[in-house]
Design a protein around this ligand. Sequence first.
Ligand code: S3P
Length: 444
Amino acid sequence: MKVLTKDQYLRNLQAGGELRGNVKVPGDKSISHRALLFGAIAKGKTIIEGLLPAEDPLSTAECLRSMGVSISPIKKGKIVEVDGVGLNGLKEPKDILNCGNSGTTMRLIIGLLAGQENHHFILTGDKSLRNRPMKRVGQPLKIMGAKVSGRRDGEFAPLAITGKKLRGAVIGTPVASAQIKSAILLAALNAEGSTTVIEPARSRDHSERMLKAFGANLEIGGEMGRHITVSPGKDLKGQSIIVPGDISSAAFWLVAGSIIPGSEIIIENVGLNPTRTGILDVLEEMEANIKLKNKRDVAGEPVGDIQVFHKENLKPFNLDAEIMPRLVDEVPILAVAGCFCNGISKIKGASELRVKETDRLAVMARQLKKMGAKLEEHQDGLTIYGGSDMKGCDLDSEDDHRVAMSLAIASIMANSNSTLRRSEAAAISYPDFWNDLKRLQQRN
Ligand code: S3P
């Protein structure tokens, strides 16, 4: 394989111009991972339409294939078929499982494998993933009897898992994380006795919705649906799944359309699950011009089209810990939005951002400051002074997909052209991002 140096991915970003037209964002990343994982341990075939054909879901598919699950090729516009092997049918892989850059792959797979008795697994990932906290999953699973170890007392991959018979438990998670919750729910499917996960705040609920559709015995209770109980004993049955567009990918166009003069964009077929729509609440607080159209339910998830028009004099916003689980992946593009508001925006309660693919608070602060943004970085957030003149410069995604796309939108608002190093990172979640951007710009 030809190895490209990082300068070969250097992308020129043109300042100015408006974005106009329709765009269909790719399938939801969270739902895509879950469709593959639940399909793999169901009985019978699972048919997936709209699966995200990007690097992260490909990592999940590759890990599952190494454990004997047959998954048809994942290509844009192609239906994907998964031949489920049942709850106990995964084979012991002959080699290390590589989760690439994908935290969701690694964390959910830990839960999936912890109860595969007498099987031995090693999980690793790229440099970023090997530095992300994993004990938050291994620790609660230990309460169920799991054996998970790794570097620094189980905090970092490579991880080793010895499959054990697990027992049900009541587990309070320390952070509102859908990845931790989903790992425990996956482990619970095969445990002895029921398991209840109690979250400090409600995180995205795609696992709950999909597990119910696959026939799992799952109940949601407690205040705001924060107690989720799985009782084992039921097989999952293969399903037909339609994956809606990812609101976290739509977020770039929502902010771009709002801040770039003359823009008007329609984003089609976007997932509007209320555990994910925090960005829409923030845009409303900013008094952005957004219209939701054609709202419908598709395969158990709410979906709609979103139209966005440029708006002068956007108001600043305040984000706190309460809204964070509903927009955690949108903070980088919201940091860009803050630079073009009329006033001071504050992001608080966002320390989780420091342990994403990169330390997103530090990286966004570093890159936006190069452009001339006025902002302060705090341990758990950012204070952003809107309205500074932004200049074109040499930007770097620092290998983070959401940073790459956020900076691309910021660069359109600069007073001169920019370059972006490591722009290829966008392919982790949105392989067509650069083509879609060009298309929306060409209509000018
Ligand atoms: C995800 C949950 C979130 C999110 C990530 C995808 C998921 O992570 O940031 O991109 O699919 O469950 P946390 O669960 O760590 O908050």
